[in-house]
Design a protein around this ligand. Structure first.
Ligand code: NOJ
Ligand code: CA
Length: 685
């Protein structure tokens, strides 16, 4: 097992108490900055949160509304409580760093109803220095077997109004542009992560961890208190929210807390609230850069359906394999390789063991192996998850047989047919997990599109590598597109939950030959920057390979590594600008992006460098602008020393990418990085 876990659990205190009422219990984070209190006012449980002595969350309800039996809301007494400290350092199979530290204080409170039927419910609270997690347990008990939860009553009752970045709670999609508004002005239910900035300078993100056999949590504004949000679980078609068997353990409700937006980016709270890796052998799980027969399908150059312009032909796939092999790209995705794309939307479409006859899978997989390139398969279900379930074993056995090491799955439809479920309800959470388990059995990694949101399960199932669950690049191909600010919000919202297959790296930003009315709303330099900023262990260079031929900027993609020893967050303003540096071995890769505003970015290099390095810079030129002049780029190498401050212009909708590599020789060949900004403008002359 490559994940080494060091776990020190110190049981500090176990109290056995006689049932009592009116109790308050508090627990603080290891550094004492965050305190959570559980109150049982007249036996009704509420929790509240203070940060540095300032109230962040006012008393907020806990409990369950149940169908057919009395609600689990109290009055309760405390049967027993226990506190313990959990400290561990663990090594993810892949990630933004090689080691993750987790330190929290846990409070477990066992509640029992004061009156018949005297049912019990346990609450777990874990308080970290970067936030809180809490969950419910309905333990094994006499007379309680099945539970039909009609509402989880968890509240988040904020102490102050705050800025919120949010997307609406569409039960079938997270593919939305974010809105920024005040908490007190919210009218719609929202998806999580919901990210907030309070007037007192706290940054908060509400989400959940370890979503297992339970529906996704959305948040709805309370009708009677404008600063209160209430958990609103995605329902089954019959209105139940959760159909559970006792014992039942809920996902963790999570509140990330920081005093700087960078604290949110650095938090590993969600992963730390998940179970350790369950796979013995992880040697087959490999982070990859990949290209694919994909963007051409979205811009209309090629088709998924077999025919004159079919993308997934043997010949075209070999062309992609050749390009990958020649350009340090490890994977090739192929969409449209299987029957029945012409029947999309009809019953029992898509066969996952039947290639179209112009896709010679035996020959293609033989060729890929010869070239040391991994083929990434594609299982588009068209939202017919039950039909996929029927084929699941065969589908993954087929991948294994042909050496297909990863699969992208898809559920592109506005509901799950034919059963009328939604993408984010409990049935689909169970379905997605069945796929994870089957993929593990056949040693195939996953990249899930139209998924349920990530909740840190990749710690437990590290082959669950990436997913969509956001408005990705594809929207630029066939809609009004993603505004320049979109990718400056994603790191602080969706990406806090886990890796995102955004599919950056488009070089022909306008693709006028195919879709003159659509385009990508960035500069070219920002496309490179996104490959660093948007973390994914499966990172796509998404453009047609012919658009990379002869492009000096593609050298950055060739050189880019995507499995990181450490990550540092240098600049973080939600929706405005982000700069992230990631280290692999001796090399650092820096990506910085801005929204539609031009920026004069300054970064002291002692935040990342220990010694003089060569900085290979890919920046917007002085006159670059995403709207009118997106391509000009300055590509030049400099000497960068820790005492230098990087000063660089980011164009409107622009960004920059830098590879810092060790200086082995030819020290005097390069100018100083302090000349970079001037050179951006010289380039215009
Ligand atoms: C939607 C996915 O997000 C996209 O990447 C894929 O190409 C299409 N569905 C077709 O499966
Ligand atoms: Ca999609």
């Amino acid at each position: 097992m490559s994940t080494r876990v060091y776990l020190f659990t110190a049981i500090l205190l176990i109290f056995s108490c006689k049932p009592e009422t009116g109790n308050q219990f508090s627990i603080s984070s290891p550094n004492g900055s965050i305190t959570l209190s559980l109150n049982l006012e007249a036996g009704k449980p509420t929790y509240s949160v203070m940060v540095d002595g300032v109230p962040l969350i006012r008393p907020s309800a806990l409990g369950y509304q149940l169908r057919g039996i009395p609600d689990l809301v109290g009055p309760f007494s405390v049967r027993q409580k226990a506190e313990n400290e959990i400290e561990e350092t663990w090594s993810p199979v892949w990630g933004q760093e090689k080691q993750i530290y987790s330190h929290s204080n846990q409070l477990k409170v066992e509640l029992v109803e004061n009156r018949s039927p005297n049912r019990s419910m346990n609450l777990f609270f874990r308080v970290f220095d970067d936030g809180i997690g809490f969950r419910y347990e309905i333990p094994d008990q006499e007379g309680l077997d099945s539970l039909f939860i009609s509402s989880e009553l968890t509240e988040f009752n904020f102490a102050e109004n705050a800025n919120c970045w949010w997307i609406p709670a569409d039960y079938n999609s997270y593919e939305k542009v974010y809105t920024r508004s005040l908490l007190g002005d919210l009218l719609d239910s929202l998806h999580t992560p919901l990210t907030m900035e309070t007037p007192k300078g706290h940054f908060i993100s509400i989400h959940e961890a370890n979503l297992t056999n339970y529906p996704s949590m959305t948040l709805k504004p309370s009708a009677d208190d404008s600063l209160k949000l209430i958990c609103d679980l995605v329902p089954w078609p019959d209105g139940d929210k959760v159909k559970a068997q006792v014992p039942m353990l809920s996902p963790w409700r999570t509140i990330m807390i920081g005093s700087d937006a960078r604290d949110l980016l650095a938090s590993r709270l969600i992963l730390n609230l998940n179970e350790p890796n369950r796979l013995d052998d992880v040697s087959w799980i490999k982070p990859m850069k990949y290209i694919g027969i994909w963007w051409g399908l979205h811009i209309g150059k090629e088709t998924w359906v077999q025919g004159e312009h079919h993308g997934a032909t043997t010949e075209n796939t070999k062309r992609y394999i050749d390009f990958a092999a020649e350009n340090s790209i490890q994977g090739v995705l192929v969409e449209g390789w299987n029957h029945d794309w012409e029947r999309y939307g009809q019953d029992r479409a898509f066969k996952f063991t039947q290639p179209y006859d112009d896709f010679d899978i035996a020959e293609i997989t033989r060729y890929a192996k010869l070239k040391h390139v991994s083929l990434i398969g594609h299982h588009e279900t068209g939202g017919e998850a039950p039909y996929y379930d029927e084929q699941l074993e065969d589908a993954f056995a087929f991948c294994r047989k042909y050496g297909i090491s990863a699969v992208k799955t898809g559920y592109a439809r506005t509901s799950i047919e034919p059963i009328g479920e939604t993408h984010h309800g409990q049935w689909m959470v169970q379905h997605y997990r069945r796929v994870v388990e089957m993929a593990a059995k056949y040693k195939v990694a996953l990249n899930v599109h139209e998924p349920v949101k990530p909740t840190g399960l990749s710690r437990t199932w590290p082959h669950m590598m990436s997913r969509e669950g956001a408005r990705g690049m594809e929207w630029n191909a066939w809609s009004e597109g993603n505004p320049p600010s979109h990718t400056c919000i994603l790191p602080f919202t969706r990406l806090l939950a886990g890796p995102l297959d955004y599919t950056p790296g488009i070089f022909d930003l306008e693709f006028n030959q195919f879709k003159p009315d659509n385009r990508v709303h960035t500069t070219l330099a920002k496309q490179l920057a996104l490959m660093v900023v948007i973390y994914s262990p499966l990172q796509m260079a998404a453009d047609l390979i012919e658009n990379y031929e002869g492009q000096p900027a593609f050298q950055f993609v060739r050189d880019l590594n995507i499995d990181w020893d450490e990550t540092r967050y240098l600049k973080a303003e939600i929706g405005e600008q982000v700069a992230i540096a990631r280290r692999h071995g001796e090399e650092w890769f820096l990506g910085a992006i801005t929204n539609e505003k031009e920026r004069d970015l300054r970064l002291p290099l002692d935040e990342i460098l220990d010694s003089v390095m060569v900085a290979e810079c890919y920046t917007d030129a002085g006159n670059t602008n995403w709207e009118s002049n997106p391509y000009p780029m300055l590509i030049k190498s400099y000497l960068a020393s820790p005492s230098d401050t990087l000063r660089v212009k980011m164009a409107p909708g622009g960004g920059l990418a830098i590879r810092f590599r060790p200086l082995h020789a030819h020290k005097d060949k390069f100018p100083s990085i302090t000349d970079l900004r001037r050179d951006q403008f010289v380039q215009n002359l």
